[in-house]
Design a protein around this ligand. Structure first.
Ligand code: FMN
Length: 173
């Protein structure tokens, strides 16, 4: 199978990590992959907050039950929207789709390099947004989109088979 398709089809969410550091150049490769994502009019309205501090990872894991695995991950990244880089008018909300595209690119690059990660949802849950804004000291106009704990997987995780022919319609519903 083609390498890219293989990566897409075998990516699982990984929620348990080894206590083993991720090399600096690997982190940069992941961020480069995220920033290679498509965005509306190539606006790239994103920013990435890497979280390496153990106390901060534990604080986030404790404050966010949906992302408790952050407490035991070697690092995490918060993918954020930068609202003054997004498009005007109704198109402003494209920053969310841009953030999702960057997130998926990041997750696929993680898997391609043998690491593991999980997308933990932040936007649009106001309680989670407030926790990230406060913990990461995000300035006004920077909106946390998601939090991705990542590292070396603690064990093998199988990808799910999600193929659903009933979800496909041709020409009309
Ligand atoms: C928008 C979004 C929010 C998610 N939020 C969480 C979360 O808060 N915690 C979590 O453990 N997984 C979260 N996930 C991961 C999903 O649970 C996971 O992708 C789904 O169960 C499919 O499994 P897979 O990623 O292994 O294919 C989220 C995924 C998406 C796309």
């Amino acid at each position: 199978m083609n390498d890219a398709i293989q990566t897409i089809m075998t990516r699982p969410s990984v929620r348990a990590f080894l206590d083993k550091p991720v090399p600096e150049e690997t982190v940069e490769r992941l961020l480069r992959a995220a920033m290679a994502a498509p965005s509306a009019k190539n606006s790239r309205p994103w920013a990435f907050v890497l979280i390496r501090d153990r106390a901060e990872l534990e604080k986030l894991g404790a404050a966010l039950p949906n992302a408790k695995m952050t407490a035991t991950a070697p690092l995490a990244v918060a993918i954020c929207g930068v609202l003054d880089k997004t498009l005007p008018g109704e198109a402003r909300e494209y920053w969310i789709q841009d953030g999702a595209a960057a997130t998926e690119n990041f997750l696929l690059a993680v898997h391609a390099l043998g690491l593991g990660a999980v997308w933990t949802g932040v936007h649009p849950i106001s309680e989670r947004i407030a926790i990230l804004k406060e913990t990461l000291r995000l300035p006004d106009g920077v909106e946390p989109f998601c939090l991705i704990p990542f590292g070396w997987p603690a064990g093998p995780v199988d990808a799910k088979d999600k193929w659903d022919p009933a979800a496909v319609h041709t020409d009309v519903w």
